[in-house]
Ligand binder design. Structure first.
Ligand code: ATP
Ligand code: MG
Length: 449
């Protein structure tokens, strides 16, 4: 297999080799190339010590990214390349960082510290592919397997537990059984890992193609990170709308949603409060009144704990809050939702509802798919017509009302909202004269044109 090395990466390899050092593309970029995918970035590993790397690469823009760990970033043709000295990690006493790193002259040693066999591949056009740990055959068989003894590797750095799940989900690989077992056994070590690192891996895992089997098979890892989800596992909904337990429904709905971080996080957390809000009627049917509001609160707490950015937290909370709202395929309903949420969020809400619905019983699906299709038609129509759904689009503004005699202050805002509501409800055309004529309690003279 020939790997296409981009010219800017080749330039780095050539320079380092020209100075008498070994240099290889390494890790994800080799893995992705072997799978026929275009790597999103290229990392280089070299026998040169950091100061030697800097000397060899003089003339390129160099950034001392992490000299202590042996990493220099070179910007070549506006593209960053991370160059790291061959290194072995010292003891890990905290389950997340090596106490110290040692540089080595051995590529094999460097590859042996890497997490999974598929990530422990190196390549240079001069040497070809270097595969000490069976990474190639694991790529062929689509297997995630630790380099070395899994228990030790997860003990060194517990983030690897989530990385393993993330790679399996994104690459559509399965996790080799000793690795899978150990990953489950060591899940409590995730408590030592920084929230930002956890959430970054979790988000990538959620956006993967194979998120469903990963969420199902490795739920104890997920509930380790989000203990609030534990009651959902095996929680029977006993309701004709649902054939799945709450957690199964969640896993199906995550997989059914478009692969963006806000949507997938929304699906993961949208029903988290169902167990807490469950009531049973006299027929034994279960209801979950208020689970959207309690769930919104819980999601906010969880996402802030995971240190997600404020924009994502607020978007996910909004979508959870409204995920169960009743919508009618009428212009009035669509316009008032557009007023409440704006176009972008309303479109996302419809996607959330579709994903939620796909994961419900057939009975529920038949009922809702038709409704969602109709809603989308109405949405496209009112947008194409440029219909007014916010004060910005209203044919009168504050100055118009003042000119018509409405006093400044609270009254003015209320009157604008009142007129907007008339337009949204279809009770008044969005025309200046017609709107002015609808202003309540105005002396006649001020109301006439
Ligand atoms: P991607 O860039 O798609 O996330 P990647 O495999 O390149 O995948 P990076 O996080 O960029 O992942 O890491 C680059 C390489 O560094 C990995 O391929 C792996 O060899 C090594 N690596 C990264 N994180 C760890 C870790 N926690 N433990 C051991 N090796 C790691
Ligand atoms: Mg990478």
């Amino acid at each position: 297999m020939k790997i296409e090395i981009p010219a800017y990466v080749q330039a780095v390899l050539t320079r380092l080799e020209g100075h008498g050092f070994e240099a290889y593309a390494v890790g994800g970029c080799v893995r992705d190339s072997m799978m026929g995918k275009t790597p999103h970035d290229w990392d280089v590993t070299t026998s040169a010590l950091p100061h030697q790397t800097m000397t060899a690469l003089q003339g390129f823009h160099l950034i001392e990214t992490g000299l202590k760990h042996g990493t220099v970033t070179a910007v070549v043709e506006h593209q960053p390349v991370e160059i790291t000295t061959f290194r072995v990690d010292g003891e890990y006493s905290d389950n997340r960082h090596p106490d110290e790193v040692h540089f080595t002259r051995s590529l094999q040693e460097d590859l042996s510290r890497r997490d999974f066999t598929v990530n422990a591949l190196a390549y240079s056009p001069k040497t070809g592919l270097v595969d000490y740990f069976g990474g190639c055959s694991d790529i062929e068989n689509k297997v995630i397997r630790c380099v070395g003894e899994p228990g030790r590797r997860f003990g060194e750095d517990a983030l690897r537990i989530l990385r393993g799940l993330r790679f399996a989900s994104v690459l559509s690989f399965t996790i080799e059984s000793a690795t899978a077992q150990s990953l489950l056994q060591n899940r409590s070590l995730l408590q030592y890992i920084a929230a930002e690192r956890i959430s970054s891996e979790l988000c990538r895992l959620l956006c993967g193609e194979q998120v469903f089997p990963i969420l199902m098979d490795f739920f104890p890892v997920i509930t380790e990170i989000i203990p609030e989800l534990a009651p959902a596992v095996s929680f029977d909904q006993r309701n004709p709308y649902h054939t799945y337990t709450v957690y199964e429904h969640i896993a199906h709905s995550v997989a059914a949603a478009p692969s963006t971080i806000p949507l997938r996080l929304t699906m993961l957390l949208h029903d988290i409060a169902k167990p807490a809000c469950c009531t049973e009627d006299e027929t034994g049917r279960r209801h979950f009144h208020g689970h959207e509001d309690v769930g919104t609160e819980m999601a906010g707490t969880i996402l802030r704990r995971l240190k997600l950015d404020n924009q994502t937290v607020s978007r996910v909370c909004t979508l959870i809050k409204y995920h169960d709202i009743d919508l009618e395929p009428t212009e009035k309903c669509v316009l008032s939702q557009l007023n409440l949420l704006g176009e972008e969020v309303f479109r996302e809400l419809l996607l959330v509802k579709r994903a939620d619905n796909t994961a419900q019983s057939e009975y529920a699906q038949n009922h809702t798919v038709k409704l969602l299709n109709e809603l989308e038609l109405v949405l496209e129509r009112v947008l194409a017509q440029g219909r007014c759904f916010s004060l910005r689009g209203l044919a009168v503004n504050g100055s118009d009302l003042i000119a018509a005699g409405v006093p400044k202050g609270v009254e003015l805002g209320k009157t604008l909202q009142y007129l907007l509501a008339l337009v949204i409800d279809g009770e008044c055309d969005n025309k200046k004269e017609k709107l002015l004529a609808k202003i309540p309690n105005l002396p006649r003279s001020a109301n006439s044109p």
